[in-house]
Each structure stands twice: as structure tokens, then as C-alpha cells.
Design a protein around this ligand. Structure first.
Ligand SMILES: [Zn+2]
Length: 318
């Protein structure tokens, strides 16, 4: 029997605070990897606390698996061709992408349209960006989705990590990280790298789930539904849990200025029939309320966060 080892995480990844209080227990269930990766599967049954930093509101696990390349190995999924195509063709995130592209275009002005989508997935956002006049490229780690996105969009989609030196410094006007940062430990490191990839006065967009609201929603679902176990971080699929304040702090720490954090647009699943119509209407209504109510950003109505930050035009602006 292999033992699943962990390395403790003692300080907040965002603010270095060391008062970290447990707010949730997450479990590991990786038995599906039993044949493909027995070492990874041996984490099945382990439990960890998700801890919130009292200083900035960020939540992160009390420890990380000691297994080398744990996250790469967990994301080494052999998705089917049909599923990847359905992810490209599905429109449930289109309002999110449209809001991001529109906000970036307004901030940059008409002449600057070089965009890098980090975590391009099946390529839908790159495709929408190109249709809106951007020169868009993507980074995507999964080889199958990267190949599909390149073939389907005609864009350059590279199967590289954002830290790879082959990704050019200072050449992009905009970088998008949509539903990416919650999957990565030590997110300030990724944001710092994003800042260096941007041209001076370029803008980054970050969209993540709002950690405290998602946990509250899951906790209530667990109370209202019998046999439902609240889950926000199982297998560490979500490893970085941002509050509005900690997302702002992370961007500022990475060197961004003019940071703006607000409620993020919802996903609108294409569920058929009346149920789908009601679900989409309620998601839109909650998002609208979060945007217009005073202080709505800091209420459970904000289920997602959308942030923007600008790389300073010159060093002295910092
Ligand atoms: Zn903190």
C-alpha cells in the first residue's frame, strides 16, 4: 500500500499571512486513475482542510500533495473527440467572453488587439476574439484540446505552460485568464508572469469563482438536500479560492495598477425547456442584483469575480 504524502502550506499565497482558519474539508477520489497512474490514485480517501486567511480572505488547502507534478497528472485526461467538439460549440460562456472582450477593447483603444488566452481549452474564446477583430493566440496544456483548438480556430494555440520561455515577453496588449487561476497553486506567480508577457500599458482580465459565495451556496445546498455533501475543492481541482479583496491584492502584488474587481457574468447552461429558461433567468437576475445593489460585490449574490489590471506604462508608475 502506497502512502499519500503531503507538504504543509503555512502562509497565505496572496498576502503571506499565517493565521489560516479551516472553513471546509475536502476529499480525494482519484480511483478512476487506478490503471493509468497508481501513485496518483493512492491519494483516494485522503482528507484536507481548506483554510481561509483572516487577513485577506483568500482560501487555500492546508497542504499540497507531495507527489511530483500532481496537478499535471490529474489534468492528464484523455477526453473524447465528441466532448471536445461539444465544448467548442457550446455557448454557455459566451456572455462572459463578450463582456471580457468588450471591456478590454474599451480599455485599450482601437489600435491594440494582440491577445493571449491562457488556458484556451477547446478554443471557443479565441474563436470569438478573432471574430471580434483581435489577433488572438492561446496556450493550452492538454494536447488533445490544444490540437483541436488550433485546427478549429486557425489560430496559434501552443501546448506550453505560461512560464515557458518560448512565450514572448512584452508582446501582448491583453491577456485573458478565464476560469484558470482557481486551478493553480501560488497564483501571484502566474499573474507576475502575465504582467511580463504584456506590453507596457497592456491589460489582464481574470475571471474566477467567488470563493466565499461558492462555499456558502454549497453549504446551504448540503443543508437543504439530504445525502448531498458540499464540495468546492475535492481533489484540489479548485485550489485557489479568491474573495474580492484577495483578488485585488493578488493583482496589485503582481505589479498591476488601476485594478478593478466586480461581479463576473454567469455561465448560462443550455438546459432545454422551462427549467433551463428559469435557470438562465435567475442567474441573470442574481448577476444584475450583484452589480446594481450597493455593496453587492461583497454579498453572496456575487458568485463569480471579474477583475482587470493594467501593466504600468513605465517602471516609475509603480
Ligand atoms: Zn492572505
Amino acid at each position: 500500500m502506497m502512502t499519500a504524502a503531503f507538504d504543509p502550506v503555512r502562509a497565505c499565497w496572496i498576502c503571506d499571512g499565517t493565521t489560516l482558519l479551516p472553513v471546509h474539508e475536502l476529499i480525494f477520489e482519484l480511483s478512476a486513475y487506478g490503471v493509468q497512474d497508481a501513485e496518483l490514485a493512492s491519494y483516494t480517501g485522503s482528507r484536507l482542510a481548506l483554510c481561509r486567511c483572516v487577513r485577506c480572505g483568500f482560501a487555500q488547502p492546508a497542504a499540497l500533495p507531495a507527489l511530483p507534478r500532481y496537478f499535471d497528472r490529474m489534468y492528464d485526461q484523455r477526453w473524447s473527440d465528441d466532448w471536445i467538439r461539444s465544448e467548442f460549440e457550446a455557448d454557455y460562456k459566451d456572455e462572459i467572453f463578450a463582456e471580457i472582450l468588450g471591456s478590454l477593447a474599451r480599455r485599450l483603444g482601437p489600435a491594440r488587439r494582440r491577445l493571449l488566452d491562457v488556458g484556451a481549452h477547446a478554443g471557443r474564446s479565441v474563436s470569438l476574439a478573432r471574430a471580434a477583430g483581435w489577433t488572438a493566440e492561446g496556450l493550452e496544456l492538454n494536447p488533445k484540446t490544444a490540437a483541436y483548438a488550433a485546427q478549429r480556430t486557425g489560430a496559434t494555440i501552443r501546448q506550453l505552460n505560461v512560464h515557458d520561455t518560448r512565450v514572448g515577453d512584452g508582446v501582448y496588449d491583453a491577456i485573458t485568464l478565464t476560469d484558470v487561476l482557481e486551478h493553480i497553486p501560488d497564483p501571484v506567480r502566474v499573474l507576475t508572469r502575465a504582467a511580463s508577457l504584456l506590453a507596457p500599458a497592456g491589460w489582464v482580465s481574470v475571471k474566477v469563482p467567488c470563493g466565499p459565495s461558492q462555499l456558502l451556496k454549497e453549504t446551504w445546498r448540503g443543508r437543504l438536500l439530504s445525502r448531498y455533501r458540499p464540495t468546492v475543492a475535492d481533489n484540489l481541482v479548485h485550489v485557489s479560492h479568491f474573495s474580492p479583496a484577495s483578488l485585488r491584492r493578488a493583482l496589485e502584488r503582481a505589479g498591476f495598477v488601476d485594478v478593478a474587481v466586480g461581479p463576473g457574468a454567469p455561465e448560462l447552461p443550455a438546459t432545454p425547456g422551462l427549467r433551463g429558461t428559469l435557470s438562465r433567468a435567475s442567474r441573470r437576475a442574481i448577476h444584475y442584483a450583484a452589480r446594481v445593489l450597493p455593496g453587492g460585490l461583497h454579498t453572496p449574490l456575487t458568485l463569480n469575480l471579474q477583475a482587470y489590471g493594467r501593466r504600468p506604462a513605465a517602471e516609475r508608475e509603480r
